[in-house]
Design a protein around this ligand. Structure first.
Ligand code: IPD
Ligand code: CA
Ligand code: CA
Length: 258
Protein backbone atom coordinates (compact mmCIF):
# COMPACT_ATOMS: atom_id res chain seq x y z
CA UNK A 1 0.00 0.00 0.00
CA UNK A 2 1.47 3.33 -1.06
CA UNK A 3 0.41 5.39 1.95
CA UNK A 4 2.71 8.24 0.99
CA UNK A 5 1.00 8.64 -2.40
CA UNK A 6 -2.43 8.42 -0.78
CA UNK A 7 -1.46 11.09 1.75
CA UNK A 8 -0.40 13.34 -1.13
CA UNK A 9 -3.78 12.78 -2.78
CA UNK A 10 -5.56 13.64 0.48
CA UNK A 11 -3.51 16.81 0.89
CA UNK A 12 -4.08 17.92 -2.71
CA UNK A 13 -7.80 17.23 -2.34
CA UNK A 14 -7.98 19.15 0.94
CA UNK A 15 -6.25 22.23 -0.54
CA UNK A 16 -8.52 22.04 -3.57
CA UNK A 17 -11.49 22.16 -1.19
CA UNK A 18 -9.88 25.07 0.62
CA UNK A 19 -9.66 27.11 -2.59
CA UNK A 20 -13.34 26.40 -3.27
CA UNK A 21 -14.38 27.29 0.30
CA UNK A 22 -12.45 30.55 0.01
CA UNK A 23 -13.72 31.37 -3.47
CA UNK A 24 -17.38 31.24 -2.39
CA UNK A 25 -16.72 32.81 1.00
CA UNK A 26 -15.34 35.85 -0.83
CA UNK A 27 -17.86 36.00 -3.68
CA UNK A 28 -21.07 34.69 -2.10
CA UNK A 29 -22.89 31.41 -2.77
CA UNK A 30 -26.31 29.88 -3.23
CA UNK A 31 -27.68 27.65 -0.50
CA UNK A 32 -30.60 25.33 0.15
CA UNK A 33 -31.76 23.08 3.00
CA UNK A 34 -31.77 19.30 3.40
CA UNK A 35 -33.37 17.37 6.29
CA UNK A 36 -34.57 20.39 8.31
CA UNK A 37 -34.70 24.19 7.80
CA UNK A 38 -31.40 24.45 9.72
CA UNK A 39 -29.65 21.69 7.74
CA UNK A 40 -28.03 23.94 5.18
CA UNK A 41 -26.03 22.97 2.09
CA UNK A 42 -24.16 25.48 -0.05
CA UNK A 43 -22.58 25.62 -3.47
CA UNK A 44 -19.24 25.21 -1.69
CA UNK A 45 -20.30 21.83 -0.20
CA UNK A 46 -21.35 20.48 -3.60
CA UNK A 47 -18.44 21.84 -5.58
CA UNK A 48 -15.77 20.80 -3.13
CA UNK A 49 -17.10 17.24 -3.03
CA UNK A 50 -17.20 17.13 -6.85
CA UNK A 51 -13.61 18.40 -7.07
CA UNK A 52 -12.35 15.92 -4.46
CA UNK A 53 -14.09 13.06 -6.28
CA UNK A 54 -12.56 14.02 -9.64
CA UNK A 55 -9.08 14.16 -8.15
CA UNK A 56 -9.40 10.77 -6.45
CA UNK A 57 -10.94 9.20 -9.58
CA UNK A 58 -8.08 10.50 -11.74
CA UNK A 59 -5.35 9.22 -9.42
CA UNK A 60 -6.92 6.05 -8.02
CA UNK A 61 -9.62 4.88 -10.46
CA UNK A 62 -10.28 1.64 -8.57
CA UNK A 63 -10.94 3.42 -5.25
CA UNK A 64 -14.42 4.10 -3.88
CA UNK A 65 -15.62 7.39 -2.38
CA UNK A 66 -18.21 7.87 0.35
CA UNK A 67 -19.03 11.58 0.45
CA UNK A 68 -21.69 13.40 2.42
CA UNK A 69 -23.35 15.03 -0.58
CA UNK A 70 -23.20 12.22 -3.16
CA UNK A 71 -23.06 9.09 -1.03
CA UNK A 72 -21.34 5.93 -2.25
CA UNK A 73 -22.26 3.94 -5.33
CA UNK A 74 -20.02 0.86 -5.27
CA UNK A 75 -17.89 -1.28 -2.97
CA UNK A 76 -14.11 -1.56 -2.96
CA UNK A 77 -11.08 -2.38 -0.83
CA UNK A 78 -10.02 1.28 -0.67
CA UNK A 79 -12.67 3.78 0.40
CA UNK A 80 -12.20 7.51 0.80
CA UNK A 81 -14.56 8.95 3.41
CA UNK A 82 -15.12 12.64 2.73
CA UNK A 83 -16.91 15.51 4.38
CA UNK A 84 -16.27 18.24 1.80
CA UNK A 85 -17.31 20.97 4.23
CA UNK A 86 -17.84 20.18 7.89
CA UNK A 87 -19.45 23.06 9.75
CA UNK A 88 -21.64 24.27 6.90
CA UNK A 89 -23.83 26.41 9.15
CA UNK A 90 -20.73 28.18 10.45
CA UNK A 91 -19.50 28.59 6.87
CA UNK A 92 -22.82 30.03 5.71
CA UNK A 93 -22.61 32.66 8.45
CA UNK A 94 -18.94 33.49 7.92
CA UNK A 95 -18.16 32.08 11.39
CA UNK A 96 -14.62 30.80 10.81
CA UNK A 97 -14.82 27.29 12.27
CA UNK A 98 -15.21 24.82 9.41
CA UNK A 99 -13.04 22.30 7.61
CA UNK A 100 -12.69 19.62 4.98
CA UNK A 101 -12.24 16.10 6.34
CA UNK A 102 -10.77 13.23 4.34
CA UNK A 103 -10.15 9.71 5.63
CA UNK A 104 -8.97 6.64 3.73
CA UNK A 105 -10.12 3.19 4.73
CA UNK A 106 -8.12 0.22 3.43
CA UNK A 107 -9.70 -3.22 3.82
CA UNK A 108 -12.03 -1.87 6.51
CA UNK A 109 -9.39 -0.01 8.53
CA UNK A 110 -8.86 3.77 8.53
CA UNK A 111 -5.20 4.28 7.60
CA UNK A 112 -5.03 7.99 6.85
CA UNK A 113 -6.78 11.12 8.02
CA UNK A 114 -6.50 14.73 6.90
CA UNK A 115 -8.51 17.64 8.30
CA UNK A 116 -7.82 21.11 6.95
CA UNK A 117 -9.30 24.14 8.69
CA UNK A 118 -9.80 26.13 5.53
CA UNK A 119 -10.39 29.47 7.27
CA UNK A 120 -7.30 29.37 9.50
CA UNK A 121 -5.19 27.18 7.21
CA UNK A 122 -4.41 24.69 9.97
CA UNK A 123 -3.60 21.21 8.73
CA UNK A 124 -4.13 18.11 10.88
CA UNK A 125 -2.77 14.83 9.48
CA UNK A 126 -2.28 11.26 10.63
CA UNK A 127 -1.32 7.92 9.14
CA UNK A 128 -1.85 4.59 10.87
CA UNK A 129 1.20 3.90 13.03
CA UNK A 130 2.90 7.06 11.77
CA UNK A 131 1.73 9.58 14.38
CA UNK A 132 -0.36 12.74 14.14
CA UNK A 133 0.76 16.20 13.07
CA UNK A 134 -0.44 19.78 13.19
CA UNK A 135 1.08 21.84 10.39
CA UNK A 136 3.81 19.21 10.10
CA UNK A 137 4.71 19.19 13.81
CA UNK A 138 3.94 16.14 15.98
CA UNK A 139 0.82 16.67 18.09
CA UNK A 140 -0.36 14.93 21.26
CA UNK A 141 -3.55 14.94 23.28
CA UNK A 142 -3.64 16.93 26.53
CA UNK A 143 -2.40 15.58 29.86
CA UNK A 144 -5.22 16.97 32.03
CA UNK A 145 -6.51 14.22 34.29
CA UNK A 146 -9.45 15.88 36.03
CA UNK A 147 -12.80 16.49 34.45
CA UNK A 148 -13.37 19.65 36.40
CA UNK A 149 -11.13 22.10 34.60
CA UNK A 150 -11.25 20.13 31.35
CA UNK A 151 -12.47 21.86 28.22
CA UNK A 152 -15.08 19.72 26.50
CA UNK A 153 -17.17 19.99 23.35
CA UNK A 154 -20.25 18.39 21.89
CA UNK A 155 -22.63 18.88 18.98
CA UNK A 156 -26.25 18.27 18.09
CA UNK A 157 -27.99 16.72 15.09
CA UNK A 158 -30.12 18.99 12.91
CA UNK A 159 -33.27 17.14 13.99
CA UNK A 160 -32.50 17.61 17.69
CA UNK A 161 -36.18 18.18 18.50
CA UNK A 162 -37.07 14.81 17.02
CA UNK A 163 -34.09 13.26 18.73
CA UNK A 164 -33.30 15.23 21.91
CA UNK A 165 -31.10 12.55 23.50
CA UNK A 166 -27.97 14.66 23.61
CA UNK A 167 -29.78 17.49 25.39
CA UNK A 168 -29.90 15.19 28.42
CA UNK A 169 -26.17 14.44 28.27
CA UNK A 170 -25.38 18.12 27.72
CA UNK A 171 -27.48 19.14 30.69
CA UNK A 172 -25.83 16.55 32.92
CA UNK A 173 -22.37 17.81 31.99
CA UNK A 174 -23.31 21.46 32.51
CA UNK A 175 -25.11 20.55 35.73
CA UNK A 176 -21.82 19.17 37.08
CA UNK A 177 -20.17 22.53 36.41
CA UNK A 178 -18.19 21.21 33.43
CA UNK A 179 -17.04 23.56 30.68
CA UNK A 180 -18.69 22.48 27.45
CA UNK A 181 -18.51 24.20 24.06
CA UNK A 182 -20.62 23.59 20.94
CA UNK A 183 -18.28 24.75 18.16
CA UNK A 184 -20.31 23.37 15.23
CA UNK A 185 -17.87 21.27 13.20
CA UNK A 186 -17.43 17.74 14.55
CA UNK A 187 -14.36 16.89 12.44
CA UNK A 188 -12.57 19.97 13.74
CA UNK A 189 -13.71 19.24 17.31
CA UNK A 190 -12.02 15.84 16.99
CA UNK A 191 -8.89 17.44 15.53
CA UNK A 192 -8.81 19.79 18.53
CA UNK A 193 -8.92 16.82 20.93
CA UNK A 194 -5.98 15.33 19.02
CA UNK A 195 -4.11 18.64 19.30
CA UNK A 196 -4.75 18.92 23.06
CA UNK A 197 -6.90 22.04 22.68
CA UNK A 198 -9.95 20.17 23.89
CA UNK A 199 -9.70 17.46 26.55
CA UNK A 200 -12.84 15.63 25.49
CA UNK A 201 -15.75 15.53 23.05
CA UNK A 202 -18.91 13.51 22.58
CA UNK A 203 -21.75 13.45 20.12
CA UNK A 204 -24.68 11.25 19.14
CA UNK A 205 -25.70 10.53 15.53
CA UNK A 206 -22.49 11.44 13.76
CA UNK A 207 -21.85 10.01 10.31
CA UNK A 208 -18.70 8.27 9.04
CA UNK A 209 -17.62 11.38 7.11
CA UNK A 210 -17.68 13.45 10.32
CA UNK A 211 -15.54 10.93 12.16
CA UNK A 212 -13.17 8.87 9.97
CA UNK A 213 -10.21 11.27 9.82
CA UNK A 214 -10.59 12.72 13.33
CA UNK A 215 -10.81 9.28 14.92
CA UNK A 216 -7.39 8.33 13.49
CA UNK A 217 -5.92 11.72 14.46
CA UNK A 218 -6.89 11.13 18.09
CA UNK A 219 -5.67 7.55 18.35
CA UNK A 220 -2.37 8.50 16.69
CA UNK A 221 -2.04 11.45 19.09
CA UNK A 222 -2.36 9.13 22.10
CA UNK A 223 -6.05 9.63 22.89
CA UNK A 224 -9.04 7.33 23.11
CA UNK A 225 -12.23 7.08 21.03
CA UNK A 226 -15.05 4.82 22.17
CA UNK A 227 -18.76 4.17 22.06
CA UNK A 228 -20.93 5.00 25.06
CA UNK A 229 -20.32 1.60 26.68
CA UNK A 230 -16.59 2.31 26.60
CA UNK A 231 -16.09 -0.16 23.74
CA UNK A 232 -13.51 0.62 21.05
CA UNK A 233 -15.05 2.91 18.46
CA UNK A 234 -16.07 1.45 15.08
CA UNK A 235 -17.22 3.50 12.09
CA UNK A 236 -20.99 3.42 11.99
CA UNK A 237 -21.39 3.63 15.79
CA UNK A 238 -23.55 6.70 16.22
CA UNK A 239 -22.45 7.19 19.83
CA UNK A 240 -18.95 8.59 20.13
CA UNK A 241 -16.82 9.78 23.04
CA UNK A 242 -13.29 11.03 22.39
CA UNK A 243 -10.74 12.24 24.90
CA UNK A 244 -7.14 12.37 26.00
CA UNK A 245 -7.81 8.96 27.60
CA UNK A 246 -7.26 10.19 31.15
CA UNK A 247 -10.71 11.72 31.66
CA UNK A 248 -12.52 9.24 29.42
CA UNK A 249 -14.27 6.92 31.88
CA UNK A 250 -15.25 9.78 34.17
CA UNK A 251 -16.71 11.75 31.24
CA UNK A 252 -18.76 8.73 30.21
CA UNK A 253 -20.06 8.30 33.78
CA UNK A 254 -21.15 11.93 33.96
CA UNK A 255 -22.99 12.08 30.66
CA UNK A 256 -24.65 8.72 31.30
CA UNK A 257 -25.71 9.91 34.76
CA UNK A 258 -23.86 7.17 36.67
C1 IPD B 1 -22.36 18.83 11.24
C2 IPD B 1 -21.32 19.44 12.16
C3 IPD B 1 -21.88 19.67 13.54
C4 IPD B 1 -22.44 18.41 14.13
C5 IPD B 1 -23.48 17.79 13.21
C6 IPD B 1 -22.88 17.56 11.83
P1 IPD B 1 -22.07 19.45 8.62
O1 IPD B 1 -21.79 18.56 9.97
O2 IPD B 1 -20.21 18.59 12.25
O3 IPD B 1 -20.90 20.14 14.43
O4 IPD B 1 -23.01 18.70 15.38
O5 IPD B 1 -23.87 16.57 13.79
O6 IPD B 1 -23.86 17.03 10.98
O7 IPD B 1 -23.50 19.28 8.28
O8 IPD B 1 -21.72 20.84 8.94
O9 IPD B 1 -21.16 18.79 7.65
CA1 CA C 1 -20.21 17.03 8.92
CA1 CA D 1 -20.69 18.54 5.51
Amino acid sequence: MDLRAYLQTALDAAYLAKSIHQYYQERGFTQSTKSTPTDVVTQADHESEAAIRSLIAARHPDHVVLGEEQGQDKEGAFRWIVDPLDGTVNYAHGFPFYAVSIGLEAHGEVVLGVILDTARNELFTATKGGGAFLNGRPMRVSTRDTLLGSLLATGFPYDVNKDPENLTYFQRALGQGLMVRRPGAAALDLAYVAAGRLDGFWEVKLNPWDVAAGWLLITEAGGRVSGFAGEDYRLGNRYLVASNGLIHDRLLQIILGK
